[in-house]
Design a binder for this molecule. Structure first.
Ligand code: 3PG
Length: 305
């Protein structure tokens, strides 16, 4: 049984060691394709793999066509918008994610971006504090819940909107539920995005929605770039010099944002929310264990297709 770990953005070495231990312990072989620069490298490496572990790496019909022996692909992480689920199903390949395994890392980065924003990008001028500010969590999943927990430590007043989450779950976490995205943006000084990229959410964070934010509003994105209507956000930030946008996913229009909004826009050079040793270990080892459990016992608990 050959398991390929294909990560354009590699895991920490300690996580790869852990993955190797799990797979070799089950008698499987580990193949590693890290920092690849060309899809052709992935197509070649995947040809004889029985199982595949990826991060944000694209698994489309072409990759699945090339993967003649593939039975399972596990996205070591939360969002699986990088896997063509229909094509996976058509190829009889089980697709899974590892929900919750990297969520603390992403949440810590979201809070870090908030501090960076209210301290004026550490430019030496007098900023403000997170304490007492209203934080809106847009989608109360694994990352959103961790953001709420950490934000409460900062003394923030935490609100959340999630159409798929019952109020009780928010109330139990001392979070105030609101019942529309509009209400969340209208209420909160800072909004942190934790929605997946789906047909429904793409471009949904737009001019009119973000425009509801109070003076000095800060939008923090550690989710996906696709959920942002970039043209709409640019137009809004041109109209409103008080707004800031902090993102862990570089927008397509990064150069434009940088030129137009110096001092109130920041993007990491590469998505790094889940880029910690701990998150790599948790998600990578969970992926390896899920593969072993699927191959040996047929366990499909985390299947998403
Ligand atoms: C996720 O969906 O788990 C996060 O966006 C992390 O993605 P990454 O593995 O590419 O860092």
């Amino acid at each position: 049984m050959k398991v390929l770990v294909a990560t354009e953005k590699p895991f920490a070495k300690v996580a790869v060691d852990g993955i190797r231990e799990v797979l070799e312990g089950a008698g499987y072989e580990l193949a590693l394709l890290e920092k690849y620069t060309d899809k052709a490298q992935l197509l070649e490496a995947v040809a004889d793999a029985d199982a595949l572990i990826i991060r944000s790496d694209q698994v489309d019909a072409e990759v699945l066509d090339a993967a003649k022996a593939l039975k399972i692909v596990v996205r070591a992480g939360a969002g699986y918008d990088n896997i063509d689920l229909e094509a996976a199903t058509a190829h009889k390949v089980v697709a899974m994610n590892t929900p919750g395994q990297n969520s603390n890392a992403v949440a810590e980065l979201a809070l870090g971006l908030m501090v960076y924003a209210v301290r004026n990008l550490y430019n030496g001028t007098s900023g403000t504090e997170l304490k007492g500010k209203k934080l809106g969590i847009h989608a109360f999943g694994n990352v959103g819940r961790n953001v709420a927990r950490i934000a409460q430590g900062f003394g923030m007043d935490v609100y959340a909107y999630d159409a798929y989450c019952p109020d009780e779950a928010m109330i139990a976490a001392n979070v105030k539920p609101v019942h529309s995205a509009e209400e969340l943006y209208k209420t909160c000084d800072i909004v942190s995005l934790h929605i997946p990229a789906t047909a429904e959410t793409k471009n949904s964070i737009n001019h009119d929605l973000v425009g509801l934010m109070p003076k000095g509003g800060i939008l923090v994105n550690t989710a996906r770039k696709e959920v942002i209507d970039e043209d709409g956000l640019i137009a809004l930030m041109q109209e409103r010099a008080d707004l800031k946008y902090m993102t862990d996913i570089m927008p397509v229009a990064d150069a434009k944002f940088r030129t137009l909004f110096e001092g109130r826009y920041f993007a990491t050079p590469k998505k790094m929310g889940a880029q910690t040793a701990e998150a790599n270990i948790n998600a990578g080892i969970a992926a390896a264990k899920q593969i072993v459990d699927f191959i040996q016992n047929g366990n499909t608990r985390f299947q998403v297709n």
